[in-house]
Design a protein around this ligand. Structure first.
Ligand code: CMP
Ligand code: MG
Length: 397
């Protein structure tokens, strides 16, 4: 057997390893052929003849068990080694469900091999047992339920006012999706939004959101005036979708909504997509849409991108606002955000404003726009339309 760093050549009839050995690497066949077989006493039971381009020896690396079969070259054979780290790193970074499916398949192969040897190893069943209780299938169930929810029109849009705190005046709203299960009632957004945003369903659900919001927009405009701005959350998946802007424009024409009345809320994570994100953001602003960065300061802030991107608003996350009175360090961070936004020509919207004291601190820092329970929670459109344009709120004592 001659060995280079990664490639080894084995001559015909060489046994590369035997079942039960510890496994330290997998192999890709570059040329030649090998036989995978089970040793039943002195009898060899062939399992598979494999050739160029195929992989073997991967199972013991993934399920951390001894070699499940023996392998012998049936021709002079050149192999490329795949180290444990190379394989395991990739395996671990794959989707949880795909990992589970792999373990289940390997478990079945081991079980078949054991049947051939007339032995039974309860360890081989663990992946099969794990599969019956694993949460990965729970995600598939949730995905199916969300698709059903879309088809059965179980989603609703709620709207939360965005207020000019100086004038106590409603100047816009943020559109927020809600899911009403016919039996369980409203399902907490924490239970499905992250999941939805990371699934391919976000594209059709995103379409439904835009369609519903644009339909509703004209009612808001009639009530609150032509400067009313509706903020709509856009996930990274939607944003980088090739038809995003084309579909969005078509919808504005269909519902006669002006892009200047629509603010697209994207998270910092979306900005991190570098050139691609920058390009889409630029095209959105060219068309007249406004851009807001959501949850600013809670994710992967990149000040470099921020300074180059056409952003109109920064939203200060509720986690900052709720500590603005109690934690001087948080206050300092908020002050810096407001200063930075001003210098970059952006406006600030404070989220989660719940008390008059929080409002007064924000006003004293020259942050004028806010949303939060102090004013109103997210409500269905019919309730929103009953709100007065001006809130009557007094300053905190
Ligand atoms: P590993 O268990 O590391 O070492 C033996 C290899 O043979 C195993 O990884 C697989 O690559 C392969 N192998 C084991 N059982 C089967 C089977 N039933 N069918 C095909 N390939 C197998
Ligand atoms: Mg938002």
């Amino acid at each position: 057997m001659s060995t280079t760093k990664k490639q080894i050549t084995i001559t015909k009839d060489t046994v590369l390893f035997r079942q039960g050995d510890a496994g330290d690497c997998a192999y890709v066949i570059e040329s030649g052929k090998v036989l995978i077989y089970i040793e039943k006493g002195s009898v060899e039971v062939p399992i598979a003849h494999i050739k160029k381009g195929e992989i073997f020896g991967e199972m013991s690396l993934i399920d951390n068990s001894p070699r499940s079969a023996s392998v012998r070259a049936t021709e002079d054979t050149v192999l490329n080694k795949i180290t444990r780290d190379q394989l395991v790193d990739r395996y671990q970074s794959s989707d949880q469900l795909v990992q589970l499916l792999l373990r289940v398949m390997m478990s079945r192969l081991r079980r078949n091999n054991n049947t051939l040897m007339n032995t039974n190893n309860s360890q081989d069943e663990s992946a099969l047992e794990e599969a019956t209780s694993n949460d990965a299938f729970g995600n598939i169930r949730l995905e199916n339920r969300l698709l059903e929810a879309l088809n059965n029109q179980e989603f609703e849009m709620f709207y939360q006012p965005i207020v000019d705190m100086e004038q106590n005046k409603i100047i816009g709203c943020e559109a927020l999706i809600r899911w009403k299960d016919p039996i369980a009632g409203y399902i907490s957004p924490d239970k499905f939004i992250d999941f939805l945003e990371n699934s391919s369903l976000m594209i059709p659900v995103g379409q439904w959101i835009f369609e519903t919001c644009f339909k509703d927009f004209n009612k808001f405009k009639d009530q609150f005036g032509s400067d009313f701005v509706m903020s709509i959350n856009v996930s990274g998946r939607q944003f980088v979708h090739q038809d995003f802007l084309i579909d969005l424009e078509k919808l504005t024409w269909k519902h006669k909504v002006l892009p200047k009345n629509i603010k697209l809320e994207v998270t910092e994570r979306v900005m991190m997509d570098g050139f691609n994100a920058m390009d889409i953001l630029n095209r959105c602003t060219e068309k007249g849409f406004q851009i807001s960065i959501d949850d600013f300061g809670t994710g992967f802030s990149s000040l470099q991108y921020l300074s180059q991107m056409p952003v109109n608003y920064l939203k200060i996350d509720r986690s900052f606002v709720s500590k603005i009175n109690s934690d001087p360090k948080v206050l300092a961070v908020v002050k810096s955000m407001i200063y930075m936004a001003k210098e970059l020509g952006m406006s600030i919207i404070a989220e989660g404003v719940e008390t008059a004291t929080e409002r007064d601190v924000l006003l004293s820092l020259d942050a004028n726009l806010a949303q939060g329970w102090l004013y109103c929670k997210a409500v269905p459109i019919q309730d929103f339309l009953k709100l007065p344009i001006h809130f009557s709120l007094k300053k905190a004592a």
